[in-house]
Design a protein. Structure first.
Lengths: 263, 263
């Protein structure tokens, strides 16, 4: 059974490669527009630090490092979990019915159909940004930090995936158009700043309800040697697994409840 | 004229059918503005003002620019791209109305809906939670209203231009995304234009983007005074006139070289 899923996965990837190589300019434009998006966020940080020396005791390079870290899990998330328009694309248009007639898990199919591998390029940008910040901060890493890094980015990507799968699942209960997806994307940005600048309510939301802080400041704090946040940093993979599991549960429950779009 | 007003009405009613979604949207918006408020408080870090804006003015700026965005923002570029790719545009073109005019009216219907059901209640809630300052001066409100109408016109014109490019590029998803990012940054939505370094401000003054968000928000927060307000409104008026030229040119070329794919 597992082999079956693997082979489907690679078949989709090879199919995907073929179409993308056919339309090469689209791919280039997409990578450039991603790059533009990442530059905009960097510009925000640079302009803000043109008017202040530190953000609640965090220097410009530290904030840049957090941003660079964030880009890596975010790149994984946006390559494989491009489901922000699931509701319109699958439920309103009745595409979900087609998905459900096939003998593979529905979420797995949706993910494969919607993947956008060129977003992975954002991870390269992220590592470059981190490398720049780390060298100007004179950070030192141990050999095992590589493995911690891998765990943290996987945890972060799962947190993001969990949140957006859960939101997409809402579509099974109400097929109305929602406008909350872009705003939630925006809230994701606040996890990149030291959470102690916010009040308790927002800090709580960013830690336990929409836990975007685990895709930014918490795990990055470990690499920045901010030992007061280590506890939260090491929770990152746990939060990822917990949120992802909850979201899969929500999805499966939703699929059972789904009655199809009467077209 | 009647048919255009009818179109606004139909879009409005369509949105009204889905209004419950907007209530959850307002809550998430409030979290968004709240996070922004604390981020800016940390950036100010006790400073009286930055570039002539106090922290209260800055909070008002952030709140009003996001609320104004709900009014001028629309997806008609995406809708046009979809209709052009599907070939639906051929049917639209034989109908007895101007296609671009109709798209604008649909955007306006959506905008009015969001203004009434989203921006106004959202602004009231935000005003209770955060130190937001409303002007007591009737003239400020009048100028702001006028400026907001220009914002809608200019943003819609840019969307129409982006939509028309689908005729020439066939796949312009990347361009649409890039346009959105550029507008978020250069319109003053994320950062007031006055925060940028002078050379950047100078470059931006040659583009219409700041007429979308920076000008109405600065009028609302009393960041512009006296003659500055009038000059800003004139800038907006000039841009909304100028932008008709490229739209008319591109639209005429597009209609001539239109190829309907499939059918």
């Amino acid at each position: 059974m597992k082999m079956f899923y693997f082979s489907i996965f690679f078949q989709y990837i090879s199919q995907y490669m073929k179409t993308r190589l056919q339309y090469r300019t689209d791919m280039v434009v997409e990578v450039i527009s991603d790059l533009l998006f990442q530059t905009v966020n960097l510009i925000f940080i640079l302009v803000v630090f043109g008017h202040t020396q530190s953000l609640h005791g965090w220097s410009r390079e530290e904030i840049i490092f957090i941003y660079g870290f964030f880009l890596v899990p975010f790149a994984i998330f946006s390559s494989f979990f491009n489901i922000w328009d699931f509701n319109e694309r699958y439920i309103v248009k009745g595409e979900m019915d087609r998905i459900l007639t096939r003998p593979i898990h529905s979420l797995f199919q949706v993910i494969l159909e919607r993947m956008e591998l060129e977003s992975l390029f954002g991870g390269v940008t992220g590592i470059a940004v981190m490398a720049y910040a780390a060298s100007s901060l004179h950070l030192h890493f141990q050999w095992y930090d590589v493995f911690i890094f891998l765990f943290f980015i996987l945890g972060g990507a799962l947190v993001y995936a969990g949140i957006f799968i859960a939101l997409a699942s809402i579509g099974f209960w109400s097929d109305a158009r929602t406008s909350i997806m872009p705003t939630i994307y925006n809230i994701g940005n606040y996890g990149r700043y030291p959470v102690d600048i916010y009040n308790n309510v927002i800090r709580y939301v960013l830690t336990w309800i929409l836990p975007f802080a685990f895709v930014g400041v918490y795990p990055a704090a470990y690499f920045l040697g901010r030992s007061e946040w280590y506890g939260y940093a090491f929770l990152t993979p746990v939060m990822g697994i917990v949120f992802f599991t909850i979201s899969i549960f929500l999805w499966n429950t939703g699929v059972k409840k789904y009655r199809g779009a009467g077209n | 004229m009647d048919k255009y007003i009818e179109m606004i009405r139909i879009r409005f009613l369509m949105m009204l059918a889905y209004r419950t979604n907007y209530y959850s949207g307002i809550l998430i918006y409030a979290i968004n503005i709240g996070a922004y408020y604390f981020l800016w408080s940390a950036i100010y870090g006790g400073k009286e003002n930055i570039q002539g804006l106090s922290i209260t003015q800055m909070t008002t700026y952030v709140a009003v620019s996001w609320m104004a965005r709900a009014f001028y923002f629309n997806n008609i570029d995406r809708e046009m791209a979809m209709e052009i790719k599907d070939g639906k545009v051929a049917v639209e073109l034989i109908k007895p109305y101007s296609y671009l005019g109709m798209k604008t009216m649909q955007g306006l219907g959506e905008g009015i809906f969001r203004l009434l059901f989203f921006s106004v209640p959202g602004m009231i809630i935000v005003a209770f939670l955060f130190p937001v300052q409303f002007s007591a001066n009737a003239a400020t409100w009048l100028y702001f209203g006028l400026s907001l109408i220009f914002s809608f016109i200019i943003n819609t014109q840019i969307n129409l231009l982006t939509g028309i490019t689908t005729f020439f590029l066939f796949n312009n998803d990347g361009l649409i995304r890039a346009k959105r990012v550029v507008i978020d940054l250069f319109s003053g939505l994320l950062l007031p234009i006055s925060f940028y370094p002078f050379w950047a401000q100078h470059i931006m003054s040659y583009f219409p983007f700041q007429a979308i968000s920076y000008i109405p928000s600065m009028i609302f927060t009393n960041g512009f005074k006296g003659q500055e307000v009038i000059n800003a409104l004139i800038t907006q008026a000039v841009w909304s006139g100028l932008l008709f030229i490229p739209i008319a040119c591109l639209w005429n070329i597009a209609k001539k070289k239109m190829v309907i794919q499939g059918g």
